[in-house]
Design a protein around this ligand. Structure first.
Ligand code: ITT
Length: 199
């Protein structure tokens, strides 16, 4: 049976996507498992363009149906920033997740709270022939000024989940994978995947 390639270089996303796909009946591999190193330039004007570009590039390079995720954090008080640029949001060279969280808090410090925000994820599933289909998910909450929790990745320690009173980094993998933008996007992508894999 054909395998699905999890088309991302982000270790946090790889872990979550592996967990989200287990039990689906779909066999999957990661880029490192097939020795595929591919860095796709993310120059699209929206999540769909970037997700589609990544999924198609990985599908063509591997010959496997590929699932890419383009995601971001949108903060209302910053007009939706960092949004599409969430992975690159820091003036520091070789910035890490912590640098990006610090930069976000620096930019928010003079703005009145609550700092309402949501995570967005667009999933693209592409075939090596170049056809591509999309699904998306959102998760709402607010940014808080102190880090809480050690799970997840990226902006999770400063993202307080709406109605839960815990940050995304205070959730275990099972909880994050029931509630997150990525979990909802994968759930919405399941009919596309099942159709492509004949399940
Ligand atoms: P790939 O393109 O290889 O998938 P990337 O990290 O560059 O990896 P994106 O361009 O989609 O991926 O950037 C998404 C960024 O948004 C990510 O690096 C985090 O900073 C942030 N982000 C997305 N989902 C998140 C989550 O579940 N928790 C925390 N931060 C998240």
């Amino acid at each position: 049976m054909n395998k699905l390639l999890i088309a991302t270089n982000n270790k946090g996303k790889v872990k979550e996507l592996q967990d989200l796909l287990k039990g689906s009946g779909i066999q999957f591999v990661t880029p490192s498992q097939i020795n595929l190193e591919l860095d796709v330039e993310e120059d699209g004007v929206n999540y769909e363009e970037n997700a589609g570009k990544k999924a198609i590039a990985f599908a063509q390079a591997s010959g496997l149906i590929s699932l890419a995720d383009d995601s971001g954090l949108e903060v209302a008080a910053l007009g939706g920033a960092p949004g599409l640029y969430s992975a690159r949001y820091s003036p520091k060279p070789r910035a890490q997740d912590k640098d990006r969280r610090d930069f976000l808090l620096e930019n928010l410090k003079d703005k009145p709270r609550p700092w309402n925000a949501h995570f967005h994820a667009t999933i693209a599933v592409a075939t090596p022939a170049g056809s591509v289909e999309f699904a998306e998910g959102n998760c709402f909450g607010e940014i808080i000024p102190e880090e809480r929790g050690s799970g997840g990745f990226g902006y999770d320690p400063i993202f307080l989940m709406e109605g839960l009173g815990r940050t995304m980094a205070e959730l275990d993998m099972d909880e994050k994978n029931r509630l997150s933008h990525r979990a909802l996007a994968v759930m919405n992508a399941m009919p596309i995947l099942k159709k492509m894999f004949g399940l």
